[in-house]
Write a protein that binds this ligand. Structure first.
Ligand SMILES: [Fe+2]
Length: 434
């Protein structure tokens, strides 16, 4: 049938945003994961933090009559607690999703393994809750997709323990082909069912279509429900959560961010509510980078940077992680395009391994604020040791030893630096005061 192919072609035209200067390498074939169990068995199981001491369990069943119920406990096969939630489904042109279940469980104890079963059917899963005190370790990778490169990234991430996975946008690269959302869910299940996956949206999540789906994010919002209500946000496209002594803010590069927008006002209130004695570290994730010396996606984060950078600077955000550019790049502490000891470190970590390949070309010479850059697939690890020190490392997939460090930096919390204590004239750069 010609019509569906033509339709997909036009859908791709409307949903792909790529800089005209950048020539992509040839695509890599996708890995498509099938569901080989019964219709009532859970598939695409993933978990996410859902407010203090709670976790959200999400999964899909083809059988629409399966209850949104999670049985769980601290020993395998012994479930002394049950929680119920709700399920939804959606349609996208000719595609109808399975029943998407979301169930919040808790209160849960820290650093504890829980065993759980979804909907009363199928296999047992388990996860471990984050600790109650430092150290805490995050794995970070954006632009994952579902290729052999993705598998390699996931294997490297899984080779060493961590507490929470952070994904700065571009998950499945379904790009309107909805069965690829299902395949992606199956591919990541072994990882996303055992540790919380906290994600924000990228351009590949938009999936708008004029008149019919003008608002976009239909699949993303239905499948990857994040704790936006728990963080007083009105949109799943931006939210925050606390993990041990860290406050993590997920921003939306593809929803309104100007000073009169809901996201802007929410961010203002969220930053104002941070107590640095309780969460001395603040990390922000966005999709389109604000700082980027790669030739791919040049300038795409600029209007958001202009709208929001000062807010993050005044709040002494420690690190901003971005995706979108399929390479690794680390900047020095920066504010308004200049090195600044009280600005965030900016890191582009869009090297998860999607089908579009690597972004190979960087500005030459390198701008002085860019300290390390390399077009290789990989992932990052942020180990927060205590309230003042954290260690960031970057690991290439092409190293056989997943622990091999490609880049690293020790970070000092800005809240612990006297030089960066906030003042009323916080728009002035401390660098100017030296
Ligand atoms: Fe992207």
């Amino acid at each position: 049938m010609l019509f569906p192919h033509l339709l997909l072609f036009f859908l791709a035209l409307f949903t792909t945003r790529v800089s005209p200067e950048y020539t992509r390498p040839n695509p890599r074939p996708l890995i498509f994961r099938q569901h080989n169990r019964s219709d009532s068995d859970p598939q695409q199981v993933h978990i996410s933090l859902a407010g203090k001491d709670h976790m959200r369990i999400s999964w899909i069943t083809l059988d629409k009559k399966v209850q949104s119920k999670v049985e769980y406990g601290k020993s395998p096969g012994k479930y002394d607690a049950t929680a119920t939630g709700e399920s939804i489904n959606y349609h996208y042109f000719f595609y109808s999703s399975g029943e998407i279940h979301h169930v919040k469980i808790g209160p849960l104890e820290p650093s504890t393994s829980y065993y759980y079963r979804c909907g009363g059917h199928g296999p047992e899963f388990s996860f471990r809750t984050p600790p109650s005190a430092f150290p805490v370790e995050f794995a970070v990778a954006g632009d994952l997709g579902q290729t052999e490169w993705t598998e390699s990234t996931l294997a490297h991430i899984g080779a060493k323990d961590y507490d929470v996975f952070l994904l700065p946008g571009d998950l499945s690269y379904a790009d309107t082909q909805q069965p690829l959302w299902d395949s992606f869910g199956r591919l990541v299940q072994p990882y996303a069912s055992t540790r919380p996956w906290m994600v924000t949206e990228g351009n590949h999540e938009i999936e708008t279509f004029p008149i019919i789906y003008p608002h976009g994010f239909k699949a993303y919002n239905a499948r990857w429900l994040m704790p936006y209500q728990e963080s007083r946000s009105t949109s799943n496209l931006y939210y925050s959560s606390d993990v041990v002594g860290t406050h993590i803010i997920m921003l939306g590069s593809y929803t309104d961010f100007d000073s009169d927008s809901d996201q802007y006002k929410w961010l203002q209130a969220d930053l104002a509510s941070i107590d640095r004695t309780r969460t001395p570290w603040v990390f922000v994730l966005i999709h389109a980078p604000w700082y980027n010396s790669n030739l791919a996606h040049r300038g795409e984060g600029e209007s958001m940077r202009k709208a929001m950078e000062q807010m993050l600077y005044d709040a002494r955000v420690d690190v901003v992680f971005a995706g979108h550019v399929h390479a690794y790049e680390r900047f020095t502490r920066v504010y308004d395009n200049k090195a600044d000891q009280c600005g965030p470190v900016h890191v582009t970590i869009g090297d998860g391994g999607n089908r579009e390949g690597l972004a190979m070309s960087f500005d030459n010479p390198s701008p002085s604020i860019s300290l390390y850059r390399e077009p290789s697939f990989g992932h990052g690890r942020l180990r927060v040791i205590n309230s003042t020190h954290a260690h960031w490392t970057w690991h290439r997939n092409k190293e056989t030893n997943s622990l091999h460090v490609g880049d690293e930096i020790w970070l000092e919390s800005l809240a612990s630096l006297a030089l960066c204590k906030k003042t009323n004239s916080s728009t002035r750069s401390p660098k100017d005061e030296l």
